[in-house]
Design a binder for this molecule. Structure first.
Ligand code: FES
Ligand SMILES: [Fe+2]
Length: 441
């Protein structure tokens, strides 16, 4: 195996950034990722709106661990490891539902919404060392949330979530502030798998360079609908600290949040104008333009993507092997939307990012093609140097390099220095965070 320190060639002064392809194929590296990334970082669990009512629960797998989260009888959201303290069976057996009591199907121990052991058959058979209080459901070592998005960590020593999120917080604010009443996750999800390394989907999700060539069919469709698409839309890629990154572009399509487009139909003009007026009143013109007329593809390291583009899509993907991942995507909407506005949003979502939309099958094909290409092991390196020696544009790869630098520092356990590229390229000591403040158009 290539020495871990040599998996990435990062030389801003020469405009060179290369990633060794064993990062995408090696079982050994996959093992290190599990231990050094997924066991150490904050990982996405779900959104508060998924468990709106007392007793609501959702079941998930996070980094290979079965978990579930619920809203307990006092209204608090809790996350539990989905394994019985008795002998291991999974307590929660459905993906979603509402329950006052979770009863293990194996020997029928019962737990309330707080995870306390409240009943079992024939308790008298246990001796004096048996203590019900010690045998409740276990939470993961850490649980934290930011503006309704819940995360867990298997690393009890990790910094709090807000600190971890660094510059990504501002982008979550831009998304959440679009709504008066809060965001809600639309019921149901899209689940699919991709026979490719999970990091290829990270790259793809914040890659502006592929959008025109890969999704040509979409642009053809838009042209047929009379929408002229400029191929050089203004945009920017940003490193947000800690491996989080974003690609932010001027919109080429309508957004249910206050950006009308002819495809929405004349009747949508007025309601969308009203949303816009409300946002301007609350946040001012500049921030409204940013919320409504720019789109964001946000990566929260390591594997949460929030696409605030044609719609708000939350996407998480878990690798089970170096060349295989399971993807789940949810669509979010503002709570105030209903009727035609909501229908338009869902249509917008399905048209592009839905599993049978214009984008997702194309991207899946591209990623599986890359993975197959990696079988030609003689070609060892991929190139991610685009835009390395100029001010970053949306089609450049600074945001992808930000991910890889953090990935590399964790996997190889090397010091993490994210800002050197910008420092060199811009000829001064301008850090990504300084740039973030300066570039907030
Ligand atoms: S394993 Fe759950 S009650 Fe026995
Ligand atoms: Fe794509």
């Amino acid at each position: 195996m290539v020495n871990l320190k040599d998996l990435i060639i990062d030389r801003p002064q020469d405009g060179k950034f290369k990633v060794h392809r064993s990062t995408m194929t090696s079982d050994e590296i996959f093992g290190l990722e599990k231990e050094r990334i997924f066991d150490r970082c904050w990982l996405y669990v779900g959104h508060e709106s998924e468990v709106e009512n007392i007793g609501d629960y959702r079941r998930r797998v996070v980094a290979g661990r079965p978990i579930f989260f619920n809203r307990d009888q006092d209204g608090q959201i809790r996350v539990f490891l989905n394994t019985c303290p008795h002998r291991g069976a999974m307590i929660c057996r459905r993906d979603e539902g509402n329950a006052k009591i979770f009863q293990c199907f194996y020997h029928a121990w019962s737990f309330n919404t707080k995870g306390e052991l409240v009943g079992m058959p024939d308790e008298a058979g246990y001796g004096s060392g048996f203590d019900r209080k010690e045998l409740g459901l276990s939470p993961p070592p850490r649980v934290d949330s930011y503006r309704g998005f819940y995360f867990l960590s298997f690393n009890s020593k990790i910094e709090d979530l807000a600190t971890y999120l660094a510059g990504a917080k501002e982008y979550l604010d831009l998304i959440v502030d679009q709504t008066e009443l809060g965001l809600r996750t639309i019921r149901g999800s899209n689940k699919y798998h991709i026979k490719a390394n999970w990091k290829l989907l990270v790259e793809n999700s914040i890659d502006g360079y592929h959008v025109f060539p890969t999704h040509q069919t979409y642009w053809d469709y838009m042209a047929l609908e009379g929408m002229a698409i400029p191929k050089n839309r203004p945009g920017i890629g940003r490193a947000l600290g800690n491996g989080h990154a974003v690609m932010e572009n001027d919109c080429l399509y309508g957004r249910p949040i206050a950006f009308w487009n002819p495809l929405f139909g004349e009747e949508a003009k007025e309601p969308i104008a009203q949303i816009r007026a409300r946002l301007v009143k609350k946040y001012g013109e500049e921030r409204t333009v940013r919320m409504a007329e720019k789109s964001r593809n946000l990566l929260i390291f390591p594997n949460l993507i929030i696409n605030d583009t044609t719609s708000i899509t939350v996407r998480i993907f878990w690798p089970t092997a170096p060349d295989y991942m399971e993807v789940t995507a949810w669509e979010m909407a503002t709570k105030e939307e209903s009727g035609p506005l909501l229908a338009r949003r869902l249509d917008n979502f399905l048209t592009f990012l839905g599993p049978g939309g214009f984008a997702t099958p194309d991207d899946t094909e591209a990623l599986e093609s890359c993975q197959m290409g990696f079988n030609a092991r003689e070609l060892e390196w991929s190139d991610i140097s685009r835009g390395m020696q100029r001010a970053p544009e949306g089609k450049d790869e600074l945001q992808i390099r930000a991910f890889w630098r953090r990935w590399h520092s964790l996997v190889a356990e090397t010091p993490y220095e994210e800002n050197t590229e910008n420092g060199v390229r811009l000829g001064g000591r301008v850090s990504d965070l300084v740039q973030l403040g300066a570039g907030d158009d």
